[in-house]
Design a protein around this ligand. Sequence first.
Ligand code: ADP
Ligand code: MG
Length: 600
Amino acid sequence: MTDTAAPISQPKAPAGWLGRLEGSAWWIVLGLAGLLLPLLEDSYIGVIAQRAYIYWVLSAGLNLVVGYAGQIAIGWVSMLTLGAYTTAALAAGRVGPEWHPFLALAAGGVMGAVAGVVVGLPALRLRTFYFAMTTLGFSTIVTQVALAWKDVTGGGVGTPGPVFPWPFDPGWGFYYFCFFLAALATWMTANIGASRYGRALVAIRDAEVAAEASGVSKARLLILVFMLAGALGGVAGGLFASLQSYITPDAFTFEMSVLFFIAILIGGRGSILGPALATIILTALPEFAAPLVQWSTFLYATLLLVIVLVIPGGIADLLDFRNRRPLEKHREIVTRPELLARVLDRHSEKNTLSMTGIELHFGGVRAIDGLDLEVRSGEVHGLIGPNGSGKTTALNVLSGYYKPHAGEARLNGAVLPFLEAHTRADRRIARTFQTPRIVGGASVLDNVMIGGTIFGQATFSETLLSLPRHRRDEAHLREAALLALATVGLEQLAAVRADRLQHSELRFMEIARALMLRPAFLMLDEPAAGLSAEEIRRLGALIVAISRSGTGVLLIEHHADLIFDICDRVTVLNLGKKLAAGTPAEIRSHREVVSAYLGA
Ligand code: ADP
Ligand code: MG
């Protein structure tokens, strides 16, 4: 018997605040360069650097929207415009009495936050290009209003930007102010990026259904992130107005918007360092090659094309040396079911998850045609049937992805709502997917940690500032994820990027993610597909152990041996209807089932 208290080996993943800023050496170099740059006493370079910092304050927030959440917000220059005019107009006393520049700057941030939400709301409904168009439309509207509303903005003539008082007065004082705010934006967005919020954003981008199944509420999260990105854009605008010393609507060009957006793609989606470096490069590049200024948009576009074609992962991928080390070729998945006692809650009470009279058709296809099914705590319930018989659809109904045309689903007698997939996690109903839904660019550990999202306590603002509750959340989630990974035999791969794993490893990784929910019910959609005979044997033992610890398991499978070995009860589907149900022994001797699937 293996010792259940055996230590779980820790992956060599960076930890602590420096580790969270991936590639800490780069940040130290950037930070020192920024701090020491004034020693050059070159005010021209100083201005370029200030512009890069200001752009990065905006892009840092936009990075969460575009790079993390995958939303195509190309018109984000509107936040810069709004922030600039709000700060400038208030500081100049164009609206009521003159505001102190710092207060005016804060107001610019608030204005950006509000606008961020307004622009972001359509993202909850509109897909990709349509959303991109709304952000562009919004930036056009903002520019037009700036032109027309002469009292406040000075129209085409423009208005002076705010002048910040000592010690942040124009020159190197203001330089350090911009530097400090850029550093702050980096730190805050890195905190979000390396939190359950950041992981959820990336999951929304790459594996939305898995994010929902883990209890991520997309709408709430996106709104928070749009608000943050808007606020940072607004603050950047206030700084920009001060740097320009005089602003007119044509200072806010479409090229700038393109720069912000492309810097993130060139930098690498889901990274903070990459987009920061790319923003600096794209800001400085046209300056040092003066003739190129005219061509900057063309240049950006070409750079983007090259990057997309040659290194799709962007700069972040280039710098990711850790994931270029070869993995051991012959890896074995050695599951450790004995660890389950520490992974799962013990459910001593008897729970039932059931569906009755479910009917669901897709157009003319009767995917499910009157199905009753009940899964109980501590049992493995097999669901078998030929391809297209409605197994996955049944699971999707239980998980709340579909609303059936008739029938209902219940948990312990209480009706489960449909079309609210993200609420299943709170009820401790976990699942895996027939095709693994994973975040390929994130580490295995991060992928598994997504599964524990609902157990985080820290609010978005606490996370932003890395307050103790956030750090406690991370420590707990990390520990739980390592334990879940050890249980499924993958802890050695914790730090590896998930898209480097073999198919069978991904299946086990999904199970680890589902276990993070400490599920009362676990639904597995063909977990043995693509596994070797030995892996299937270990999977079977793991599933049995999961059920013995009190979790009810619904197992969709094609491997008849596995089903008959480990199931307590089996339901056979055909054309959306129940063909037979009973113990494995009953099913094995059921004449129709035998003749249809099992062979004589
Ligand atoms: P199984 O998992 O048993 O192989 P499914 O539940 O995936 O079967 O599919 C059952 C039937 O419903 C199939 O005929 C399939 O083509 C159809 N179907 C499943 N999902 C959809 C969908 N989203 N839109 C249209 N038809 C679907
Ligand atoms: Mg299926």
